[in-house]
Design a protein around this ligand. Structure first.
Ligand SMILES: [Zn+2]
Length: 288
């Protein structure tokens, strides 16, 4: 991926690393989790199993300094705007992707308000309840925040090399897709439907997740077409592979479709592709 020269904007970053704000424990209701609970670990396993490691990874990713008291958005603003920082530092890369998603959605969705991205380690308290780093990246509609444990993301990169970055971008774009659903009221409507029709709770969840995948595709297409983020066909394929890797049937091959909460590998790829092919959020009506 190649980015435009726009500055990394850390104004919507909340960096809790090195702090003691940990919560730990299970995830409260209402959070819309990236791949599903604890799924990024599985992304690693699944993609790693596909053996795409290393060959094209030439950039040496340097772990983000992790000392106590480090983190504020202003440090990111300074460090991430130095030459080469986006390639070098994970939090810079993720912040840049996050900025780019907001730029696109700000021009697409009326009344769009940028969410906050929170970097944490170990555990965090959220409006959706406490979460641990095992939770994987997730969005909480109660506080409009995308939560990311960078240790998790670094693990992804150590395993996948450059391919991990495409998986990361997909995950961040998916989470911001949930924010779009929050802004448009779609998320709330689905929660209501789930309350009225609890037997189909999982089915509604799948439709919401697939829509977030489709929005991730729309973002990738628009960012690419506008020249904000250049995405190669190979990178797109890797993002698609990441989408498949977090399909419910990949995560647990023995699970039944009724138990799916995020959609099958094929569905997740299809909706991401549909978003990318069309570049049009109106094509993401998974509820039709
Ligand atoms: Zn999700």
């Amino acid at each position: 991926m190649k980015f435009d020269d726009g500055k990394v904007d850390a104004s919507q970053v909340q960096d809790l690393r090195g702090g003691r704000g940990g919560g730990g424990g299970g995830m409260g209701r209402g959070a819309t989790v990236g791949g599903g609970l604890g799924i990024v670990g599985l992304i690693i396993a699944v993609i790693f199993g596909v053996n795409v490691v290393g060959s094209e990874s030439q950039t040496q990713y340097v772990p983000v300094p992790n000392q106590a008291g480090m983190g504020t958005g202003s440090d990111i603003a300074t460090r991430c705007n130095q030459a080469g920082a986006i390639d070098q530092y994970e939090d810079c890369f993720i912040t840049k992707i996050f900025n780019e998603t907001n730029e696109i959605w700000g021009s697409q969705v009326q009344g769009y308000r940028r969410p906050t991205i929170v970097f944490f380690e170990r555990g965090v308290r959220t409006a959706c309840g406490p979460a641990s780093s095992q939770t994987g990246p997730f969005y909480c509609p109660g506080d409009n925040k995308v939560y990311v444990d960078l240790g998790f993301m670094q693990q992804l990169l150590r395993r996948l090399g450059a391919n991990g970055r495409n998986a990361e971008a997909y995950v961040i774009a998916h989470e911001v897709g949930h924010h779009v659903q929050n802004i448009t009221g779609q998320e709330r409507r689905v929660r209501q439907l789930q309350g009225q029709d609890p037997r189909n709770r999982n089915r509604y969840s799948v439709l919401l997740e697939l829509q977030a995948d489709c929005y991730a595709g729309v973002w990738a297409r628009q960012a690419n077409d506008r020249g904000n983020v250049q995405i190669t066909q190979q990178e797109l394929n890797q993002a698609l592979e990441a989408a498949a890797a977090v399909g419910d049937d990949r995560i647990d091959p023995r699970s039944s479709p009724e138990s799916f909460t995020h959609g099958s590998a094929q569905q997740r790829q299809e909706w991401f592709s549909r978003g990318f092919q069309s570049g049009d959020a109106r094509q993401c009506n998974t509820f039709a």
